[in-house]
Design a protein around this ligand. Structure first.
Ligand SMILES: Cc1cc2nc3c(=O)[nH]c(=O)nc-3n(C[C@H](O)[C@H](O)[C@H](O)COP(=O)(O)OP(=O)(O)OC[C@H]3O[C@@H](n4cnc5c(N)ncnc54)[C@H](O)[C@@H]3O)c2cc1C
Length: 370
């Protein structure tokens, strides 16, 4: 029995598009289905847009490997496709004595992930680079950068379409079934409801991936992981950026702290904080300003509060509850769930944007054409 389409990818975020691009280049006939009217309307447009170096993650983890590989692929992709980006670098800063051991631990961890270019420096050397900065020690990461995430996603869409793939917008997937023939039946709603069959299916639905996955039956013992939500909020700084490079405080567990990033237009913003929420809700909470001011002033004492204004929020898809150990990205193929032709991506939070191209490569290998 023949399928309507060979491969369907649910979700046109950076990761879904990168997966679809890799599959299309590998020769699949690919269709991406996206519920919204625009690509990248959720997490992929609500993040820091930082090209991460790969410093923090546990050695050997998918996060570490896909970040470092993805970073190299992303810089090459941006250069080849004229995607606005800047290898601006970042300073990881310790603002008091008690943070120095954390800085030393990061310096030790990075080379285990293949990040061998960190430059340790004292507070004065860091201030020579960034005069507005207050810190007593720092690590310079020259391979950290910034990307125009929309430009990246548009370029991915262009590649998909150039390889005869399609990105279908306003097309929410409402149901997934497996037919006796082994084909997937994908039922869509929206303006033109219908059903399409496919031989291979990728669930790259981000915050909604677990919800979507529950529609299918799996091999014995497999249950899709649960996704929890942790919101992060950003404030933007009007006027000239005080910094040339991103400034990252010491991380607190998996939270990288309220960092200062300089976007591709030279605009500085601060965030994201972290708040665990029961449902997806992008609302901005203005009463957090005082906490932001206190935190930011620990490394930027000259901050003028009148220049800060509300920017946006993003939501991290977490595979754990607050306080629980942090699991790795979950990229599940037939080896995990027992369903031939299915790949499902859960918990693709930071550094998912950086890792997108490497995730695409990995999923294309998982679903290699028979
Ligand atoms: C606050 C924050 C800061 C971050 N900062 C960085 C950073 O600086 N650097 C970095 O590398 N990473 C960062 N990340 C992580 C990065 O943004 C994500 O890993 C990445 O964007 C995830 O992409 P995605 O395609 O998996 O998800 P999404 O962008 O959420 O895409 C999923 C898509 O699936 C669609 N969808 C869902 N359900 C359905 C359905 N049933 N039918 C049709 N379509 C559906 C959604 O509409 C959405 O468009 C950050 C994340 C957050 C939250």
């Amino acid at each position: 029995m023949s399928a309507d389409v060979e491969t369907i990818v649910v979700g046109a975020g950076a990761v879904g598009l990168a997966v679809a691009r890799a599959l299309a280049i590998a020769g699949h006939e690919v269709m991406v289905l996206e519920q919204h009217a625009l690509i990248g309307s959720e997490t992929s447009s609500r993040n820091s847009e930082v090209i991460h170096a790969g410093i923090y993650y546990p050695p050997g983890s998918l996060r570490a490997k896909l970040c470092v590989r993805g970073k190299a692929m992303l810089y090459a992709f941006c250069a080849e496709n004229n995607v606005p980006h800047d290898r601006c670098g970042k300073l990881l800063v310790a603002t008091n004595e008690s943070q120095l051991p954390k800085l030393a631990a990061l310096r030790e961890n990075a080379p285990k992930n293949g990040v061998t270019d960190l430059e340790p420096m004292g507070g004065n050397a860091a201030r020579a680079l960034e005069p507005e900065l207050a810190c007593i020690g720092a690590l310079l990461s020259p391979s950290t950068g910034i990307i125009d995430s929309h430009g990246f996603m548009l370029a991915l869409q262009g590649h998909i379409e150039a390889h005869r793939g399609a990105v279908v917008l306003r097309c929410p997937v409402e149901r997934l079934d497996r037919e006796p023939s082994g084909l997937f039946r994908v039922t869509t709603g929206g303006e033109a409801p219908g059903a399409i069959t496919c031989r291979r299916l990728v669930n790259s639905a981000g915050l909604y991936a677990s919800r979507l996955a529950r529609a299918l039956d799996y091999g014995q013992g497999y249950a899709p992981p649960e996704t929890y939500y942790a919101k992060g909020q950003y404030y933007a700084l009007s006027g000239r950026s005080p910094f040339q490079r991103h400034i990252y405080p010491m991380p607190d567990g998996a939270w990288l702290g309220l960092h200062a990033t300089v976007d591709i237009g030279g605009r500085c913003k601060f965030g994201p904080d972290i708040a665990w929420i029961p449902e997806i809700d992008y609302g901005f909470e203005p009463d957090k300003l005082a906490a932001f001011l206190d935190f930011i002033r620990s490394y930027y004492p000259g901050l003028d509060a009148s220049r800060l204004h509300a920017d946006y929020t993003g939501i991290r898809p977490k595979l754990y509850r607050e306080g629980e150990p942090v699991p790795d990205f979950a990229i599940h193929g037939p080896g995990e769930h027992g369903v031939e032709g299915l790949a499902a991506l859960y918990g693709i939070e930071s550094p998912g944007l950086t890792a997108a191209l490497a995730i695409g490569e990995m999923v294309a290998a998982l679903l290699a054409r028979a």
